[in-house]
Write a protein that binds this ligand. Structure first.
Ligand code: GLU
Length: 424
């Protein structure tokens, strides 16, 4: 792997810098850190698609398999115009740390196609997804590498990938992807799992400041699968959602937005703008609102050196992967803002993906309530482990650096496993 090519991507560089901070702070095998700076394998593919007008377009696709010392590779597939090898590698590394931190028997991977899914018809999207599945087919499978949805993909995308893989191998293999529709082996509760997990974590973070979720205010950036479910679940627990946004912009009401009505409104209107009883705000303005909990649930690097001094929230829960850059994190820590890192905060999706995989392998399916209870237990236990590590291990100047603790716990588990396997 060409390290320079990866490091030319600032997000990849940021993820590597999280590793280096841990290396400087705790006693850990330096060979582990050196190894983890390189993904194990990166697959680049061309995806030819015959478009509806008869022309041919070729899209670029990637699957990066970062580390699988703990179990099969696992991680989502993203469809977005900015997808590139560096970004997918950064996201694959974060999956290794997320799955390790959550104590799952899974490694880390990520895939992506450089495409704007909204500009393709459904027929074109299906053709693209099926061809991508064929190209990465030799490298995925229920005990090799298990994709899932991410930005720009959904249960339908997973159904196409599962079907293509199954047709090519000759029999139905439900366990090759997670986040599928329930009718074909998906888990109940998977669709809302990432958002619900974010809310369970927000509840824990608020508790450390002696606040209750039912008395708190939220601003949520991004209204995709993560952000919309954060809004629904937090609203159901009595929190006031002051602002939400999507790619076109945001809406704000200082008395709180009626989320059930907003969901009904979105069935007719594609975007949140224009929702009655709200003012229009920009995505940037949303990040600057004075709320108890700010949830950036869209894309990476949205809170950075240049805008971090305008953030007023006292708690940030990273629903997206990598929304706070390392420079912004330093500033926030100095200003006593509690930042709950992605690998903990948005781990709910990975946890219920694991539950789905287990259900597929055992052909025994659970009720939604059972999934939600099991998810809550994992999220609360993991938050507690990270919180306790912060209190007992870190020096006082690093107080409440949950990113450092979460990374340290994840790396110490990987260190043990890699040592036992004779890899470091
Ligand atoms: N794409 C999600 C994430 O970033 C889910 C991954 C999975 O379920 O494998 O955590």
């Amino acid at each position: 792997m060409d390290q320079d090519e990866l490091l030319s991507n600032s997000f990849y560089k940021d993820v590597v810098s999280f590793l280096e901070v841990v290396e400087k702070t705790i006693d850990i095998n330096p060979n582990l850190i050196t190894r983890l700076k390189y993904p194990r394998r990166a697959i680049r593919v061309s995806i030819p698609v015959r478009m509806d007008d008869g022309s041919m377009q070729v899209f670029r696709g990637y699957r990066v398999q970062h580390n699988h010392v703990l179990g099969p590779f696992k991680g989502g597939i993203r469809y977005h115009p900015n997808v590139n090898l560096g970004e997918v590698s950064a996201l694959a590394s974060l999956m290794t740390y997320k799955n390790s931190l959550l104590n799952l028997p899974l490694g880390g991977a990520k895939g992506g196609v450089k495409v704007n899914p909204n500009s393709l018809s459904r027929v074109e999207l299906e053709a693209l997804s099926r061809r991508f599945a064929t190209e990465i087919g030799p490298f995925i499978g229920p005990d090799k590498d298990i994709p899932a949805p991410d930005v720009g993909t959904n249960p339908e995308t997973m159904a196409w990938i599962m079907d293509t893989f199954s047709l090519e191998t000759g029999f139905s293999q439900t366990g090759v992807v997670t986040g599928k529709p329930v009718e074909i082996g998906g888990s109940r509760g998977r669709l809302s799992a990432t958002g619900l997990g974010v809310v369970y974590i927000a509840e824990q973070a608020l508790e450390t400041q002696r606040k209750e979720i039912s008395q708190s205010t939220f601003a949520i950036q991004g209204f995709g699968n993560v952000g919309s479910h954060v809004a629904i679940e937090a609203h159901a627990m009595g929190a006031k959602i002051l602002a939400v946004s999507d790619i076109k912009g945001g809406i704000y009401n200082p008395r709180g937005i009626n989320i059930s009505e907003l969901i009904r409104y979105l069935k007719e209107h594609r975007f949140v703008e224009g929702f009655p009883h709200t003012n229009t705000i920009t995505n940037e303005e949303l990040l600057e609102l004075d709320v108890d909990v700010l949830c950036p649930c869209a894309l990476e690097s949205v809170i950075h050196e240049k805008n971090v001094n305008k953030v007023k929230a006292k708690i940030i829960v990273e629903g997206a992967n990598g929304p706070v850059t390392p420079q912004a994190l330093d500033y926030l820590l100095k200003n006593n803002v509690l930042v709950v890192p992605d690998i903990l905060a948005n781990g709910g999706g990975a946890v219920v993906s694991y539950f789905e995989w287990v259900q597929d392998i055992s052909w025994l399916f659970w009720k939604e309530q059972e999934v939600r209870e099991k998810l809550k237990k994992v999220m609360v236990d993991t938050f507690t482990r990270v919180w306790n590590f912060t209190k007992t291990y870190q020096k006082s100047k690093d107080k409440d650096n949950l990113r450092l603790s979460a990374m340290a716990i994840a790396l110490l588990r990987l260190e043990k496993a890699m040592k036992l396997r004779g890899q470091i």
